[in-house]
Design a protein around this ligand. Structure first.
Ligand code: ADP
Ligand code: ADP
Length: 230
């Protein structure tokens, strides 16, 4: 079953002044349960493509269809709602709220969905447990290592039970041990919960864990290959 279908998408920044053709006529077709790395040099359009697939940025031309819904034509309020329920995001800079504890950073998303306090508490503990942070629930981001902060971000991304997680250079700020640990958690979620992952990366060790590698060069797909993860 197709879960991500980016059809002939292009993005031009500053069309009226100094146009930047960040992504050009790209097709990406991803089936449910895939574990895909998006690679390519800095400036090749990886973030732009991820943002368009996730509905954070609107393509200049083309359409994005997520789980059968054409998100490019959704009005803003419907898009926000769709994102909240279907797509989890993980960013290289973690993007946690510094004054909130791990538990609160994850629970916040569930609060937006009007989940009761009891239910929320249970779900948050379960999520933090899944990423191995059961003993850090009351720590604030500043009290956690980079690897731990990113695992909180993954737990937060999982909170709304998304079918897809999009991650933009999730290991860029992690040492190699923490990066490996994070990838193992992602691979486990992919295998056990059938969550589809699409993550951009520069890291050779991370690329090797993917089952499919899409390479962007100058905003175009240069190659798209399946591999046996090692
Ligand atoms: P990558 O993630 O592969 O590093 P990006 O998607 O961030 O690539 O950038 C692709 C191209 O688009 C680059 O030339 C970058 O400078 C340009 N770009 C990205 N975001 C913007 C923006 N908001 N305004 C103008 N140009 C941008
Ligand atoms: P991870 O593999 O998850 O990144 P580390 O091996 O980096 O974890 O961290 C080991 C321990 O050191 C953790 O329990 C963490 O609490 C502590 N620690 C590491 N970095 C920091 C930091 N920048 N601030 C506070 N504590 C840290």
């Amino acid at each position: 079953k197709t879960i991500i279908d980016a059809h002939n998408v292009s993005k031009v920044y500053n069309p009226k002044t100094v146009p930047v053709h960040a992504v050009q006529n790209v097709h990406v077709h991803i089936e449910e349960g895939e574990f895909v790395a998006l690679v390519g040099p800095s400036g090749s359009g990886k973030s732009t493509l991820l943002n368009m697939i996730g509905g954070l940025d609107e393509p200049t031309t083309g359409n994005v269809i997520i789980d059968g819904v054409e998100i490019t034509s959704l009005p803003e309020n419907k898009l926000i709602d769709f994102r909240l329920h279907n797509i989890g995001f993980v960013f290289q800079s973690f993007n946690l709220i510094p004054v909130l504890t791990a538990k609160e950073n994850v629970g916040f998303v569930l609060q937006l969905q009007n989940m009761s306090k009891n239910e929320r508490e249970k779900r948050v503990m379960q999520l933090l447990n899944e990423v191995g942070l059961e003993d850090k629930v009351n720590s604030k981001p500043g009290e956690l290592s980079g690897g731990q902060q990113q695992r909180v971000a993954v737990a937060r991304a999982l909170a709304s039970k998304p079918k897809i997680i999009l991650a933009d250079e999730p290991t860029a700020n992690l040492d190699s041990k923490s990066a490996g640990n994070l990838l193992d958690i992602m691979a486990k979620l992919n295998k056990e919960e059938k969550i589809t992952f699409l993550f951009s990366t520069h890291d050779m060790r991370v690329i090797k864990k993917a089952r499919r590698v899409i390479t962007l060069v100058d905003g175009k797909i240069d190659s798209d290959v399946e591999q046996i993860p090692t």
